[in-house]
Design a protein around this ligand. Structure first.
Ligand SMILES: Nc1ncnc2c1ncn2[C@@H]1O[C@H](COP(=O)(O)OP(=O)(O)OP(=O)(O)O)[C@@H](O)[C@H]1O
Ligand SMILES: [Mg+2]
Length: 146
């Protein structure tokens, strides 16, 4: 069973400076929940790309972060939401190399590969919410192996 365990936060995504706060918050929250350095970096990189999409394509929005628990495993769930134009074709948007602007078109697909769970809720004219979750799955400490 999965439960929400609090540590909820809502950060605005309105400027390049806000992207810095988002990265910092995700790094800190992931570290606190026991994510290793590599897993922290994966989640921060995904969050950075998704927050940039919220800003650039969605016209600004917010990130909501929540600590979730499944069994004994801690997870960090991040939702990037905007009230922008929405994504008309999700498959195309997720295709590596597709961009409607002048980006590389690698952000969305790249972010999906960096997290454990990935979902997009979007419709033309109705905004976009991308929700990702990663779990702090740690190998057992050598002392705990029998
Ligand atoms: N929040 C959003 N609102 C509306 N459209 C979006 C949103 N996020 C992504 N998209 C659409 O999906 C496309 C692909 O996104 P992706 O992040 O992969 O590439 P990009 O942002 O164009 O370039 P970059 O490689 O710099 O991230 C975007 O070009 C845009 O059309
Ligand atoms: Mg992008």
């Amino acid at each position: 069973m999965e439960t929400a365990a609090g540590v909820e936060a809502c950060l605005p995504i309105r400027s390049d400076m806000d992207l810095v706060w988002v990265r910092q918050h995700v790094r800190q929250a992931a570290a606190q929940l026991g994510f290793g350095l590599v897993d922290q970096t994966k989640l921060v990189t995904a969050a950075s790309e998704l927050a940039r999409n919220t800003l650039v394509h969605g016209g600004g929005g917010r990130m909501e972060a929540a600590h979730v628990v499944r069994g004994r495993v801690n997870g960090l769930r991040l939702a990037f939401a905007d009230d922008g134009p929405g994504i008309p074709d999700l498959d195309r948007a997720l295709t590596d190399g597709y961009t409607s602007g002048d980006g590389l078109g690698m952000g969305l697909g790249g972010a999906r590969r960096l997290v454990h769970e990935f979902a997009i809720d979007s419709a033309p004219g109705a905004g976009t919410t991308v929700t990702v979750t990663s779990w702090a799955v740690r190998p057992p400490h050598p002392r705990e192996v029998v």
